[in-house]
Design a protein around this ligand. Sequence first.
Ligand code: GLP
Length: 252
Amino acid sequence: MASSLKHPNARILIGEDAEETGRLAAQVLLDVVTTDPAAVIGLATGSSPLPLYSALAASGADFSAVSGFALDEYLGLPEGHPQSYAEVVRTEVTEPLGLDPALVHTPDPQGEDHAARAAAYDAAIAAAGGIDVQILGIGSNGHIGFNEPGSAFDSRTRVVPLAERTRQDNARFFGSLAEVPDQCVTQGIGTIFEARHLLLIAHGAHKADAVRLALEGPVGEQFPASVIQRHPQVTVVLDREAAARLGQRASD
Ligand code: GLP
């Protein structure tokens, strides 16, 4: 059965398994979209939000006026590559939820002038009125989006090299480690922090340390996800294993 955990830095919802975390996280988004059918949602890729997207698709809610902005995108993959986040967002989010493709954006990884394209991405988020709910996974090294350890808390959307550990973690999505790009474009920590509500999702024992450090470790740029401790509206949805190392296990 789902429970919640009193915590000074976030509202924490705990599901028995990934499927239940998907339903709990979906309820957070459905509440927002019911209030504002044209809400702006920040979209995360990776495996953590997949149960959420399945639950949203199953809800039958109307997402046709919702705008989406992906957190990040690999650099150096050919257009249409199945592991490009533009493709992942299209197949996992836009199509199953019935979003309008014209309202769904991913950072543009093609071409040369990345600084201008990155600035345009931040400008497009601002022009849409800012992000209402930013969905986040967490890397085992504390990255959010692709903001690796050391990323400035005031960073904006930009090109960054991928940490070796992240390339190894993400190799499972590719044929081999060599095929994983070594650069990407990511929303900055500053960009992410401007979202009005952060919704962080994690499953599994291998995320328990990262979740503990994000919520209870020292706040600093060496562990990017720790920035959530400074944000005024954070919901963290975990399965039991990912929640296992948090203090104060008093369920209410
Ligand atoms: C990738 C994404 C992140 C994501 C992270 C965790 O590196 N760029 O946005 O949060 O992976 O992935 P997973 O949810 O598969 O553990």
